[in-house]
Design a protein around this ligand. Structure first.
Ligand SMILES: Cc1cc2nc3c(=O)[nH]c(=O)nc-3n(C[C@H](O)[C@H](O)[C@H](O)COP(=O)(O)OP(=O)(O)OC[C@H]3O[C@@H](n4cnc5c(N)ncnc54)[C@H](O)[C@@H]3O)c2cc1C
Length: 502
């Protein structure tokens, strides 16, 4: 059962829940992590005019923008389609007090904004293991722990080293490194021109990677494959392969957006409010919701996924370039099959972590998020994308998750003991996004300029308006960028240590 995030919030705001309601934790226990909100009197002091900003969407990007603007003394109204806070951070309770993640599942220590926000709100962390997987590729099996006996025809220099080590070497040879590609100013114009029209496979093969290595990279990485556009995939590879310290938030990752919402305050957040129209007038902006409510303000920060935003009635109409961007951005199809086992029995087979298994099989990848979570059960999910996600969704809803588990057990019978929970979560079935991650197609580098440029009073945010798409780090970075377009003095929460490598 999905926990009730509506504590204290109801449709039609402004809302007046008790502070205790808002701060209630994922498990329903008192949530003491959020800091009380104190609006900064900054604008009054500088003599600048306060603005009323309508923030569309209560995911991490919208909440980041809203809190940052509020701290500067602006007025904000967050307008959210769903009856819950958090968007793609959606934590689901499992047996014995454990939690899984239908959306954003883990963070790494090369994500300075995430670290800073987590610290600021005093959220407790669980440690996960980085991937030491068993691979099944081309009908053959090998493990990350037994590099000497890999059966695949990797090249001499790919022998005896992990996928991460080889990938980092290839990035280095291509003139890239896992720090500079995470700089918010990347890609520089040269890199944009160089990587816009190449795939990850073209990139690494151009500097010596074998076909067998590319297949292993696909098995390990999952979402972005050797067929993905390099520009969009390189930061993703840097997160996965540039840092081995993996964690999530104890009690569920959506404690983070809940903490931000607590600081923003319920009076400033309206739930169950699907935006269906946006109008810009000479004096401001107006937003209409499906149930007939109207909101007006001075500016908009929209974090509505482009897969949905393109269908909203906008006056005056979008520019041609924005319309093209909404239509051409590619959205991944992702299904998570969530599984709890009696114990994390795979640990005794020397495989674990993110991912613990991967291959060219229909079950695609298994991610072990158990780490040091208490509750004693094994906690994993299958991460199905593209054709594998479509295949599973074509099956009857009641049995589709179990089929994935059965396929996996037929291939790797020794890894799971008794399976005690099986369920699935399909991202294409969510009407408020209809997909999981948005990124530019091959040759779509022009979109970077487009998503950065406001359309008059409408500013764009959301992780899909960054090359860190599919990452909370990108959502926060984009939320801050949009807020700074409205007020350049806006600051992040805490003291993020942002490395600038370019
Ligand atoms: C399967 C999956 C796995 C992931 N794994 C990771 C991971 O391991 N680590 C990591 O850091 N990140 C991960 N992510 C990505 C992370 O969840 C996102 O980067 C982040 O949550 C995005 O925040 P956002 O605010 O940009 O967008 P969202 O969270 O999508 O927020 C957009 C909001 O807009 C609202 N909205 C939509 N339409 C309307 C409308 N018409 N009117 C009003 N509101 C509307 C939506 O309801 C939603 O709340 C994963 C995501 C998915 C789906």
């Amino acid at each position: 059962m999905i926990r009730d995030d509506r504590a204290g919030f109801e449709a039609g705001g402004p809302l007046a829940p008790t502070k205790r309601d808002i701060l209630r934790g994922v498990a329903g226990t008192a949530f003491t992590a959020a800091l009380p909100f104190v609006a900064s009197p900054a604008l009054g002091q500088t003599g600048k005019a306060q603005k009323h900003v309508l923030v569309l969407g209560a995911g991490m990007s919208g909440l980041t923008a809203a809190l940052a603007l509020l701290r500067r003394g602006h007025r904000v109204t967050v307008i959210e389609y769903q009856d819950r806070i958090g968007g793609r951070l959606l934590s689901l309770p499992l047996k014995n007090g454990q939690f899984t993640e239908a959306g954003g599942g883990h963070f790494r220590s090369n994500m300075p904004y995430v670290l800073s926000y987590v610290r600021r709100f005093n959220l407790p962390l669980l440690s996960l293991n980085d991937g030491l997987p068993r691979y099944m590729v081309g009908g053959q099996t090998g493990t990350g722990a037994d590099l000497a006996n890999w059966p695949w025809a990797v090249s001499r220099e790919e022998r005896n080293v992990s996928v991460a080590t080889s990938l980092n070497r290839y990035l280095y040879r291509a003139g890239l490194d896992t720090d500079s590609v995470l700089d918010s100013r990347w890609p520089d114009p040269d890199s944009l021109a160089r990587y816009d029209n190449v795939t990850v496979g073209d990139l690494v093969k151009g500097v010596g990677a074998s076909d067998a290595f590319c297949q292993l990279l696909d098995a390990h990485g999952g979402t972005f494959t050797s067929r993905s556009q390099a520009l969009g995939a390189i930061p993703d590879l840097a997160y996965h392969f540039g840092d081995q310290n993996v964690f999530r938030i104890e009690g569920g990752n959506n404690r983070l957006p809940m903490a931000l919402a607590g600081a923003i305050g319920p009076a400033n957040i309206v739930l169950k409010a699907e935006v269906v129209s946006i109008e810009q007038t000479s004096g401001g902006v107006r937003v209409g919701t499906r149930d007939g409510r109207d909101f007006s303000g001075d500016a908009i920060v929209s974090t509505i996924p482009f897969s949905v935003l393109g269908g909203i009635d906008v006056k005056p109409g979008w520019s041609e370039a924005k319309r093209r961007m909404f239509a051409e951005m590619e959205w991944d199809k992702t299904v998570k099959v969530i599984v709890q086992t009696k114990t994390p029995s795979w640990l005794s087979k020397n495989v674990h972590g993110w991912p613990m298994a991967g291959g060219d099989r229909p079950w695609e990848r298994v991610i072990d998020i158990t780490g040091n979570e208490t509750g004693s059960h094994g906690n994993v999910f299958f991460y199905l994308n593209g054709a594998n996600a479509e295949a599973i969704l074509a099956r009857p809803r009641e049995t589709r998750a179990q089929v994935t588990v059965d396929q996996f057990r037929a291939d790797m019978p020794d890894l799971f003991d008794e399976v005690i929970t099986v369920k699935d979560f399909a991202w294409t079935e969510q009407p408020w996004i209809r997909g999981s991650f948005g990124s530019p197609p091959l040759g779509g580098g022009w979109m970077i300029r487009e998503w950065t440029m406001p359309e008059d009073r409408i500013h764009f945010a959301g992780d899909f308006t960054s090359l860190k798409t599919g990452w909370v780090e990108g959502a926060i970075e984009a939320g801050l960028r949009a807020a700074r377009q409205i007020d350049p003095q806006v600051e992040a929460e805490g003291r993020p240590v942002i490395r600038q490598s370019l």
